[in-house]
Ligand binder design. Sequence first.
Ligand code: HEC
Length: 101
Amino acid sequence: MKKLLAVLTIVCCFGVTAAFAVDGGEYYKKHCAACHRDGSESSKAGGDVVLKGQTAKEIEMKLTGYKDGTYGGAKKRTMERVAGKLAPEEIQALADYIGSL
Ligand code: HEC
């Protein structure tokens, strides 16, 4: 079962890469994991939010919201800086990746 999931994940990631030319998983590891770890636990650096379990749609809405200033909590400045640099296709790829966690 684990093997099947791994294969599905690989197929899925390649699909995302082909469609958006951005690998959400790779981008996440480089630019998000320092604060959000693997997404399954809350941490102080990550604003005590848990990303795992949220849908791609929710993540997309939140990242877009940080970018345009319509979403955020007490520590939104941190995410506004992060999200401000993201292109729409990067937001999409990250949302798809996080939604699949
Ligand atoms: C420097 C630390 C840091 C980095 C790097 C970082 N985040 Fe965050 N993130 C936070 C903090 C702090 C919050 C809480 C912000 C607030 O109060 O609204 C947060 C909140 C979020 C939320 C909102 C969660 C919710 O349910 O409200 C999402 C989605 C998110 N981050 C995704 C990302 C993604 C994707 C990346 C990489 C592109 C990333 N973050 C990189 C610190 C970080």
